[in-house]
Write a protein that binds this ligand. Structure first.
Ligand SMILES: C[S@@+](CC[C@H](N)C(=O)[O-])C[C@H]1O[C@@H](n2cnc3c(N)ncnc32)[C@H](O)[C@@H]1O
Ligand code: SF4
Length: 300
């Protein structure tokens, strides 16, 4: 989203400590994910952040694209007590990976992963390393190899249908005026989704949903501790509720529930889509793959 620039920064372990102290005093915290749009491996004190979470006895997860070459950081991270390390992957060859992880280098990911596995085995870490394989039409031919690699290296294989993100782009696709008009690259992504966007949104819009879990059961904070409407939204300037440390949980939730973006999101099926609450998901993906078989054959 080139026309939206969120303020950049790094959360300190102290800020996280204050946040968790307040959070555990006003609700039942079940787990903490130290990531959203950002890349957690960029954080120079990531291991200390994890230790703060573990001090509160909470399960902690980090999701990374694993493009950062910092062996010492990996060592410290694996020693920190981190429970889950999720690696986002969209291919095993540079040709496939570089197409959907633009600017990413699969050689770096592979060597960083090898280093992580080496450290895990050396220190006998109980950490769960999961590979989140994002399914596009363009990378289907590599799924089996990645699955086999996971099985042979004691990692969890987690295939997921790649979604169109963030919400602003989905709403633009649905014709809702947005600060994020779709670019040529966005259209390239949309035609490459294994799970077709239009059909998935229609199916999701018809699914049962008593509440949006992203609103009722999860809270997304940025590095300053500002509360965002939810994790699916990118534009912080437009969709920040206030600072978590300055507001009571009940007041934050009242504010979030009043947001005018939620009714549009629900109406177009986006909230269910983000939660994979899409009744026809497998059928829609299978049909899409079948219909694109000729094109796929050309790609691979
Ligand atoms: C946007 S990423 C950012 C965190 C980190 N940089 C990473 O790559 O994992 C946050 C989460 O969304 C998931 N994700 C990324 N792209 C996705 C997509 N197109 N559809 C569904 N999930 C996606 C990732 O696997 C990750 O767990
Ligand atoms: S309804 Fe949509 S915008 Fe509102 S919290 Fe849920 S996912 Fe986010």
């Amino acid at each position: 989203m080139p026309n939206v620039v969120n303020e950049r920064g790094v959360m300190s372990p102290d800020t996280l400590e204050h946040i968790l102290k307040k959070a555990t005093s006003e609700c039942a915290v079940t787990n903490v994910g130290l990531f959203n749009w950002t890349e957690p491996m960029l954080h120079p004190r990531l291991d200390e952040m994890v230790r703060v979470v573990k001090k509160y006895g909470l399960p902690c997860a980090v999701s990374t694209n694993l493009n950062i070459n910092k062996p010492t950081r990996y060592q410290k991270l694996l020693e920190s007590g981190l429970d889950v390390l999720r690696v986002s992957l969209s291919g095993f060859s540079q040709e496939k990976y570089g197409f959907t992880h633009k600017g990413g280098l699969i050689e770096d990911v592979r060597s960083n992963l090898a280093e992580l596995l080496r450290i895990r085995d050396e220190i006998k870490s109980p950490i769960r390393i999961a590979i989140a394989f994002q399914r596009y039409l363009s990378n289907m031919t590599e799924e089996c190899d990645i699955k086999a690699f996971c099985e042979s290296h004691d990692m969890v294989f987690q295939p997921i249908y790649a979604l169109m993100l963030p919400l602003e782009k989905v709403l633009a696709y649905c014709g809702v005026a947005s600060v994020a008009p779709l670019s040529k690259d966005d259209h390239e992504i949309i035609v490459n989704l294994a799970l077709p966007l239009r059909e998935a949104l229609v199916s999701a819009a018809n699914a049962e949903m008593s509440e949006c879990k992203l609103l009722e059961q999860q809270m997304t904070l940025n590095w300053k501790g500002d509360v965002l409407q939810c994790c699916a939204i990118y534009n912080e300037r437009e969709y920040t509720v206030g600072n978590y440390m300055e507001l009571r949980l009940a007041d934050i939730q009242i504010q979030r529930k009043k947001s005018t973006v939620c009714p549009s999101c629900v109406r177009y099926g986006a909230s269910n889509y983000f939660l994979y609450n899409i009744p026809d998901i497998e059928h829609l993906a299978a049909e899409n793959i079948k219909n694109n078989a000729m094109r796929l054959f050309e790609i691979s």
